[in-house]
Write a protein that binds this ligand. Sequence first.
Ligand SMILES: *Cc1c(COP(=O)(O)O)cnc(C)c1O
Length: 426
Amino acid sequence: MGINQRTLSAAAFERATRVIPGGVNSPVRALRSVGTTPLFIADANRAYLTDIDGNVFIDFCMSWGVFILGHNNPAVSRRAIEAIQRGSSYGIPTEAETRLAESVREAFPSMQRLRFVNSGTEATMSAIRVARGFTGRDTLVKFEGNYHGHADHLLVSAGSAVANISTASSAGVPNDFTKHTVCLPYNDVEALEQYFLKHGDHVAAIILEPVACNMGVVVPSLDFLKATRRLTTQYGAVLIFDEVITGFRLAFGGAQQRFGITPDMTTVGKIVGGGFPAAAFGGREDIMALLAPDGPVYQAGTLSGNPVAMAAGLETLHQLAFPSFYEKLEGRSRQFIEELKQIIRGRDIQLNHCGSMFTLFFNAEPVRNFADARRSDQKRFARYFQRMLDRGIYVSPSQFEGNFISECHTDDILEYVLKSIKESIE
Ligand SMILES: *Cc1c(COP(=O)(O)O)cnc(C)c1O
């Protein structure tokens, strides 16, 4: 293991930049914040990535949390190949869609009805549309540092608790499109209560990551999660848990199972498609009844419920449904986290973690929200990323992302990773 040459990746990136903006199809892949250029991948198997120069890396990004079973799980790959051989899309219903929907509902009983889409972005966008249709209200409450995909009205920067108008954090998004989005500090019960006291009657929905993972891992207080449930119930708003990362990750039934809080609506993605583009949104039957063709809220998709993605998702959920799966993954993760705590002791580094997800923040103070996370030392993170790469480990390439332990990260692999982290932070 270990990295020597990246000549071919460098050339591939150069070529890509001449046809694809920034050379990438999703910005964080460009690795700019860690001061380097992307690896181009030739192959991935179990916990390993191989780049086109032939370097092998232990993967801790795992396609941003998709591969809880590791890359190229044999049964998942087999099911997907079998599905392709039956034709890869029809635009006509299949039984696989119903079967996967039933499996998702077994894991998430709160998703009494659900619909498949192709990405987390579509799932949150559609969930919010239904919530607005259901309540007849416009205002959406979200939280700083929570990411819900790139729909216009969700690209909103930090706002204050009293601001009615939020400004977009992306060019190309008219402020008129974001004026119904209110952005509050994450994990702050008082700010939320104050806002609802004044404006609660106008709120269509709260959307949140029940454990934040897109500012690095930040676990909110149970009081905060309970407050989102209490206030939405009290004011007749819809509570949406965006479990695109946490779903099937923190438990089979996601964060809502782990913390015992039931939202009105849920979005899942990443893991649910078994490595193919699939996501879902769902929730209470009376809310989901508003969707076309039954109701007035429009939503659709040419490739939604794609049979290849459904087959891969079904096999993935089938493997995750064994109770021992999460026991084992949690046990191994817990041991890794305990050892990691010893390694970083006294070093101005914060270890935030939940289940099989963790982030090392290069920060002397605890990280409880986005403002805290932003005070982390990104230059130190970049050096750490590079040193880990030199040791053959691909950690998630940003201070504001999580790392993911999969079924394929064996004790031997984790031991090597711990040793490498120790060397890399020295
Ligand atoms: C990844 C992610 C999304 C967006 O999903 P895409 O499939 O990238 O569109 C939405 N919400 C959360 C919490 C995510 O982690």
